[in-house]
Design a protein around this ligand. Sequence first.
Ligand code: CA
Length: 226
Amino acid sequence: MTILLIEDSNGLGAAAVQALGEAHFRVDWRRTLAAGYPLASDPKIALILLDRGLPDGDGVEFLRRLRAEGVSTPVMLISERGAVPDRVSGLDAGADDYLVKPFAFAELVARCRALTRRPRGIEMEPVKFGFLLLRPDTLELSIHGEPLAISRREGQLLVALLRRPGRVCTRAYLEAALYDPHAAVSPNALETSMSRLRSLITGMNANVEIKTVRGVGYALTEGGLS
Ligand code: CA
């Protein structure tokens, strides 16, 4: 399990890396917001530990931007600023936890364990669209309450489409949701999975349609009941 640590203090950063390492967390440590940003939305990151005062900006502003961009990774703010309004502003910006410096490393580790144990909010809730109901965690699909067998790949594709219901999903977005970034993927792989998924749900009168947006991608829309 990998934690992204964004902290400019060398002493604190090194001690946190050591304490978390002993608790079997991998830590990717970055010293600026700019260096941490590309990693913040990486699905391998289970938790972000975010300092407030960083050389290139304010951690709380950075967090607000991540949440606005849809990054739902748990974030724990770590800061010397421990007054109630500071903590409230951090939590309001989208932090899941707030730890005031100086802290005991045992407490840091315990809180990291708690945050990484917690299921990722909406990702675990069943998603309903038309007459489709999909559980993103188990990829169990039902239509009109009837369970329907779906392959893992088609299930992941449906999860990705359901994250943007009624909106266009680009090929790049769908491919990133489906395939490992280093895998060699055939150019037709996405079309093949999409056509399987389309025939599966079209035959079930789910009142849901997968529209092709030529040259761009696909959109899952309601309607199309035959
Ligand atoms: Ca700092």
